[in-house]
Design a protein around this ligand. Structure first.
Ligand code: ADP
Ligand code: MG
Length: 339
């Protein structure tokens, strides 16, 4: 055993970054969330080498004032939260003030931004947590975040990355799901210069669904729409004849946030019970909306999990929404119990 020592700041940041930034797709997720929080109407994502070489997200949102750029890459610095109570009526996707600091500690991060009301913008570069440049710059309104050489200083992390094709697919799936969740925002995604996704921003989810699932599958999906007093459930589910051998095609968004919640999936599966063969799973993209005060979003570093104040009400809302959609979609075989 050695004597107790406070870790150097750089080491502490790298450890913290490990919780938030696991792979290229986690970078894209955080940057997309920031663009959406900034009220972007248009978001362009460029990826090179499956995110190893470059991930660039450009938005036309509110921008960051030049004087605040250094704060944007400082840990626990955020414009979205003031007090711990704010956590229970959070309207934004971000609130921890950690993403940019984390990304900057494990890559070369270039932040270029200009708020609409400012004549000039600025550019700031952080590499492995060290400030390299901070200078005024003429730039279009909005923000461009470039992340190069991810994990250049954490080789152990690099070794944990999957094959390029897998990392690329994760990014494609992520951006497409966010495009579905925010159909009024125009999304473009390029991988090595090739356009992978382009949405119109006209609010139509069906056409984005086709990008996620393929045209034929998307056409078969059943629309879900339930409006209750305290929960709203919208989205798409597969008919009983269209299944997969795993749960990977089940996606839930809660208040505009992609969450991995096994209880929500279970609620969905319950609604299909007796209709599917053992070991078969439906496809679903469901958007659950509830009062922000009914959701605790501060339970997971990457914000991938949430806690509900009244889980039963949420699960029963999901079940009712799904059952109703299945029943009204016609050729569902009649079953005996619970319907
Ligand atoms: P958080 O999103 O939790 O606040 P981040 O580290 O992701 O933390 O971002 C820090 C701050 O930088 C944000 O609170 C926001 O003020 C600003 N910011 C980051 N990205 C953008 C963007 N794309 N447009 C405008 N402001 C941004
Ligand atoms: Mg953020």
């Amino acid at each position: 055993m050695h004597a107790i020592q406070i870790l150097p700041e750089a080491v502490a940041s790298q450890i913290a970054a490990g919780e938030v930034i696991e792979r290229p797709a986690s970078v894209v997720k955080e940057l997309l969330e920031n663009a959406l929080d900034a009220g972007a109407r248009q978001v362009t994502v460029r990826v090179e080498d499956a995110g190893r070489r470059l991930m660039e997200i450009a938005d036309d949102g509110a921008g960051i004032a030049a004087a605040e750029l250094p704060l944007a890459v400082t840990r626990h610095a955020t414009s979205k939260l003031r007090s711990a109570e704010d956590l229970f009526h959070i309207q934004t996707l971000g609130f921890r003030g950690e993403a940019l600091a984390s990304i900057g500690s494990v890559s070369r991060l270039t932040l270029t931004s200009r708020p609409a009301q400012h004549a000039v913008g600025a550019r700031l570069v952080v590499e492995g947590g060290t400030l390299r440049a901070n200078e005024p710059l003429g730039t279009p309104e909005g923000t461009v975040v470039r992340v190069e050489n991810l994990f250049f200083n954490v080789p152990a992390r690099l070794k944990f990355l999957k094959r390029d094709i897998t990392e690329r697919q994760q990014i494609d799936a992520l951006v497409t799901r966010y495009a579905l969740a925010y159909p009024q925002v125009r999304f473009s995604l390029f991988q090595d210069g090739r356009a992978v996704l382009q949405t119109s921003g006209n609010g139509d989810r069906r056409e984005i669904l086709a990008s996620l699932l393929g045209v034929d599958t998307a056409r078969q999906m059943i629309e879900v729409a339930l409006e209750d007093q305290d929960v709203r459930v919208q989205g798409y589910i597969s008919p009983v004849a269209l299944t997969r051998s795993n749960r990977r095609e089940i996606t839930f968004f809660v208040n505009g946030r992609w969450v991995q919640d096994s209880a929500l999936s279970t609620a969905l599966l319950q609604a299909y019970r007796t209709l599917l063969m053992v070991g078969r799973f439906p496809l679903a993209v469901l958007f659950v909306e509830l009062d922000p005060e009914a959701v605790d979003v501060n339970v997971h570093p990457a914000k991938a999990e949430v806690r509900f104040r009244s889980p039963d009400a949420v699960f029963s809302g999901v079940q009712r929404a799904v059952r109703r959609a299945l029943l009204t979609s016609s050729p569902v075989p009649q079953v005996s119990s619970g319907w």
